[in-house]
Design a protein around this ligand. Sequence first.
Ligand code: NAP
Ligand code: 3JN
Length: 338
Amino acid sequence: MGEYVVAVAGATGAVGREMIKTLEQRNFPVKELKLFASERSRGLELEYNGERVKVQVLKKGCFEGVEVALFSCGGSRSLEFAPDAAASGAVVIDNSSAWRMDPEVPLVVPEVNPHAVAGYKNKGIIANPNCSTIQMVVPLKPIHDFAKIKRIIVATYQATSGAGKKAMDELMDQTKALLNFQPVKCKVFPHQIAFNCLPHIDVFLENDYTKEEMKMYNETRKIMEDYSILVSATTVRVPVFIGHSEAVTIETEREITPGKAKELLSNFPGVIVRDDPTNNVYPLAIEAAGRDEVFVGRIRKDLVFEHGLSMWVVADNLRKGAALNAVQIAEVLVREYM
Ligand code: NAP
Ligand code: 3JN
């Protein structure tokens, strides 16, 4: 395998920094690493493999010579700069929602639909799904293949890091303020997040769901390549720094017992089953933080659907939910196609 000129756009953000760490930890074949962010970060240096790399300003033409470009600098920048990077010859792996539902852009979770990477040839862009969708479809894939999922009802418990670095700071600042009997300031979230839960992630849409909830609906169907699957999601921000948790209930066409689901999940790449409730063993955000796998537990027969299962799914939203999944896509790309 060769080595590649790799760029990270949005390198200074919560996800961008995790991307740099992930490239290093997974020994991605990097010939040269270029880092881009906004004017605010001009001149800043970030560490990669023991070396200091200068952050440059993202601008048209900056991707000349880049072969793989990992984007994590927001949807409007992706819309503006991804076509430019692709035109310069880079394959863009974009972490925003900007390109996810474009029929010509593949939306990939490597454990689920790695073959879709081939679609990068259309526009030179591959989309990385939303974090809540990624961690849900990984364990649902083997169950879908065995029993065909008809409906999914999911409630999420999403960490503040999903909303970026400033959102994590807000949770920290509010927690400190409240423990010192001081008033709190709300800048990132519309209400106090410390010691609270907000059933509101991204904007509200005409159907009264949020955009985050509709991402789970639309993206799940595209990744699973099955538009008959229905998804009802309630996405909730909770006062956790890292690690999204999800209560997932599914209805399947064929019966699947909890035992069979555990067997399938135990053998599926990227999944760890933690399911021994009598000994208080189930997935926890604090244990998933910093880990690559999706953790699944509380697997039980659902009491509502004739063929139904309920489970608790936890993953590090910055790693499997964002940076790691993007780097895994890049690994498939260079291994199979470049
Ligand atoms: P963040 O911590 O706020 O970081 C934002 C990054 O974008 C920073 O590097 C910032 O650079 C850069 N940026 C902002 N405006 C820019 C501009 N005008 N030109 C160039 N760079 C600019 O946010 P984050 O949590 O890392 O998320 C970044 C993006 O990733 C999000 O907007 C979202 O699209 C995507 N995301 C996806 C998932 C997922 O579910 N897969 C999860 C989280 C985020 P400066 O430091 O210079 O401002
Ligand atoms: O809030 C979370 O936990 C995940 C957030 C993801 C996110 C944040 C800002 C913009 C996205 C995303 O990836 O769906 C976007 C976006 O729409 O690009």
